[in-house]
Write a protein of this length. Sequence first.
Length: 480
Amino acid sequence: MRKAGARAIRNIALIVSLLTLLLSLPLFSQFDVSNPGMQFEQSVPWIPSLGIQYHVGIDGISLFLVLLTTVLTPIAILSSWNSIEKRVREYYLFMLMLETGMIGVFVALDFFLFYVFWEVMLVPMYFLIGVWGGQRRIYAAVKFFLYTMVGSVLMLVAIIALYFLNGATTFDFPSILANLQSGNLVLNPTQQYWLFLAFFFAFAIKVPLFPLHTWLPDAHVEAPTAGSVILAGVLLKMGTYGIVRFCLPLFPEATRELTPLISLLAVVGIVYGALVAMVQTDIKKLVAYSSVSHLGFVVLGIFALNEQGLQGAMYQMLNHGISTGALFLLVGMIYDRRHTRLIDEFGGLADPLPVFSTIFMIVTFSSIGLPMLNGFVGEFLILLGAFNADVTFAVVATSGVILSAVYMLWVYQRVIFGEVTNPKNEQLTDLDFREKLILLPLVALIFWMGIYSESFLRKMDTSVNQVLQHVKSSAVVVKN
């Protein structure tokens, strides 16, 4: 499309992302809730001499993460409609490439294929931040790339080690897991420990889990709005997804041994992220640090190692993608009008921007977990699971719920209520049709997931229980 105009390129990118969304919807409608195994599988030999194959499929754990990706991508593309004016073709190329990598990560069932998609995702995000980001975009892009690459190299070493321990016959994840379950492959405690750490370190950086979180605020603040939406909405979930998909079932003994330490880091991240968010003067940085706190909840739920905690963690991954994605969109919309994100520059926006203020209020309540909205269901299940696992961690984590209400309601009060003290805010125009079209689907999902959560949880149930069963049964096999 070298000779095509910017409008044609935008239209093509949006159409392709919408077609991808439409093609993904039958995954939801045709998903068999009674089947805990992989569905919609496809397996084709790729490099037979090394036992590498193109093996993809989904279960209740990956289903909604694929759908989250296909929903947020056209929204992110539409949010860039008027804000991206240079290198338009390259920008939308990287957006679509990023979607390819993200979907690939969630559906790949071959370790080699998974690693390829994991790296494919890294490249376009690096360029999105480095080319179309803010003033410190090069610093943020390099920091993001280096942090992720360090974890990726360790994960690659672990994948190769697991391949040879399994007899150097296949990289297929279900086959390796089946060998562990049957006792054909036995990992001693030391092997489990180091392999778990190698995988977990890569995933913890992506989450990001405290204290590996320092790349995230820089990446969020410097990324363009669409980049922040995808980064918060989907990319961070790749870390928690990897923990659930690989770390728990493959290395049960190491999982149990390290659960107290990881739960402690998760709780520290919850409180630390919330406290740092409270003192931010930049709205976008405040939302970025809130992600550290919210993802701490997800990790805590995962390592509760019970049904309520793990199901709540999976649900909260979706909730965070929708609510925080919407917050970054709202911040981007107000930045387009004022070219500042400093909280002190605003105040009294309820009068000139009533529609914006209403949607901002709904998303704020969603983020702090108000009942009847999506955030409440995930946080409630996580805390329920955490109380069953460790009361002390659960009590401390509960303070994060209170702190999130403090910083979110405080920023809403300072931005929306009061008198219009800055004359520049008096002439601001409210949301136009395109901006409403971007936000309304997310608002609808916020209410749907808060009121009718069963339609989501039911599809996750059997897959979540199977993961927990792998942890328990695999532990028995290794002990025997």
